[in-house]
Design a protein around this ligand. Structure first.
Ligand SMILES: [Zn+2]
Length: 309
């Protein structure tokens, strides 16, 4: 009996040590592998570098900073994040069974991380400390510029608030889906903006700028055709592959039809008209072919960090 008790004690002690070890090591699960968030990350997650470590966390921030000139100076990002940081459920075999009608379309996907000055954490409270609980919306855009110049701009450090801009995701002419900002982070896709009619939804997060939808928006941008570079009111439109990819992507956000909108509709500056020449009937026809799920989740996680770093 004594022997058994002693053995039990040793096992219990061993478990306690193991638990302590797991707690002490700041770790994350990525594609079934437990990744230690230390310098070994660089090795474990090629080509993720130590610079992108903080971006693996989906933590919310409690409240925006009220200081008026808070320029963000963050180091250059030299690494990447895994695809699973942008979309869960990558082995979608199960979702195929949900609907026999759903098309077997799946686009090429790329991760090209935006520079962290160009996006932030989602907030639990607005600038004045009022809790915000808006459901997610999807906001559609077009780039106007080429994919290359848009991506280059988002990859560039912009310390001044006024220069910062990003979308979560870009869809190239060939249908390639380019993930640039993790969905649980706040992309800077719309300036002065609000969603809805009589009860307008907007969150003020910066003392120097009007309220916007960014805190609860998932911003997707279609790369404009070459004849859409200027500011004419229309152009030749988007490719079939872009519509296919857009429907495939939006279905994975689980956002209901009534909360899918455009930059033109949420804009309150009267300066934005994108996406121009967008065939929304064709888009919704395609969207209904896909099962809705939440592989792309805009929910940031708690406990939140006090303020955006
Ligand atoms: Zn836009």
């Amino acid at each position: 009996m004594k022997k058994i008790l002693r053995a039990l004690a040793i096992v219990t002690l061993g478990l306690a040590v193991l638990l302590v070890t797991i707690r002490a090591g700041d770790a994350e699960w990525i594609e079934g592998k437990r990744i230690q968030l230390s310098t070994s990350l660089t090795v474990a997650l090629q080509p993720t570098s130590a610079d992108t470590r903080g971006l693996l966390s989906s933590a919310c921030a409690v409240r925006p900073s009220t200081s008026s000139s808070k320029y963000r100076r963050l180091p250059a990002v030299t690494g990447q994040l895994p695809l699973s940081r942008f979309r869960q459920g990558l082995d979608a075999a199960a979702s195929k069974d949900l609907s026999t009608d759903s098309p077997s379309y799946s686009p090429r996907e790329e991760v090209i991380l935006a520079h962290p000055t160009n996006f932030g954490r989602r907030f639990l409270q607005d600038l004045y400390g009022k809790p915000v609980q808006n459901d997610a919306i999807v906001v559609l855009h077009e780039t106007v510029g080429s994919a290359k110049s848009t991506i280059n701009y988002f990859r560039t450090s912009h310390p001044k608030d006024a220069d910062q801009v990003s979308y979560h995701t870009l869809i190239k002419e060939d249908g390639t889906v380019v993930y640039m900002v993790p969905p649980d982070r706040r992309a800077f896709g719309a300036g002065n903006s609000a969603f809805g009619g009589s009860t307008e939804e907007a969150v003020k997060t910066n003392p120097n700028f009007p309220a916007s939808v960014n805190n609860f928006a998932y911003h997707i941008s279609l790369v404009s055709p070459p004849d859409g570079r200027g500011n004419r009111s229309s152009h030749s439109g988007y490719t079939r592959a872009q519509y296919q990819s857009l429907a495939w992507l939006v279905a994975k956000t689980g956002v209901p039809d009534a909360r899918i909108t455009t930059h033109r509709l949420v804009d309150r500056s009267r300066q934005r008209s994108d996406p121009r020449s967008f065939d929304s009937q064709y888009f919704f026809r395609l969207l209904y072919l896909y099962p809705r799920n939440r592989e792309i989740s805009m929910q940031c996680s708690t406990p939140a960090i006090a303020q955006e770093e």
